[in-house]
Design a protein around this ligand. Sequence first.
Ligand code: CP
Ligand code: NVA
Length: 305
Amino acid sequence: MSVRHFLSLFDLTREELLAILGRATELKRQRAEGVRSPVLEHRVLAMIFEKSSTRTRVSFEVAMREAGGGAIFLSPSDSQLGRGEPIQDTARVLSQMCDAITARTFSHQTVEELAAAATVPVINALTDRLHPCQLLADMQTFREHRGDIKGRRVAWVGDGNNMCNTYIEAAQLFGFQLAIACPLGYLPRVEEYVRGPADIEICATPQAAVAGADLVATDVWVSMGQEAEAAQRRRDFETFQVDAALMAGARSDALFLHCLPAHRGEEVAAEVIDHPHSVVWDEAGNRLHAQKALLEFLLPQKKRG
Ligand code: CP
Ligand code: NVA
């Protein structure tokens, strides 16, 4: 059987995604009871990070360690990638020694080239286009607090960035309605992420997007790699902050999610992120469980010998 990668949510079926979320919640419950099954015993994950990370790096490393395996962190500055070794050659070499590769890259094309040359599963740990691992955790978090997200309304407020694109994919796979509000010039290219029937609405204002929402989500105004645009972006996004007045237009039991890191006073007010309707710490913690379940799914069971 050919190797499976996870570059986009569409690399898995709806049924597979739901099975991974169910398994993630089971692994979380077991862990809370002190059980850590060695489901990835002796497996090694190579981790290529062109950009900074706290949650993604730690969750992958802890997932591998707790499941009986290990992880090797590779940054371009201390590997041969930084001296020009092609990503395809790196993929072939890592495939000889490691059981899977995860990569956080500037360009989405880099993870596609890595996957095309690798003979082990490649997992997207964030690119300029998509952040599918984060959406696994987001969907797990909503399910744990509110049940099935199918048919619910989700509001995305802020930048039409890699997180927004992944919410567009998730809306189709998990069957929710997505209302997007971004400043002019920062809207996502929805057509690039739609693969069939989709309930996606572009709203003129943040207020219109959050009206009746079960979930409100946002992300930073300045993503990694956009630092030179920071001042302009802060001006352009000024009226797109998720504050208590905006949340008041959502359903009274609406949840707030943010992939983190957050900038209080920019994309989110402290009164929102530090309020009980904010489940961002569960969301961050679920990265561990969701990625452990993903790794268990992607890595074929080894024969004993
Ligand atoms: N949410 C997220 O991916 O966080 P890090 O950048 O810390 O990995
Ligand atoms: N949109 C952000 C997400 C960080 C987890 C970025 O790409 O920097």
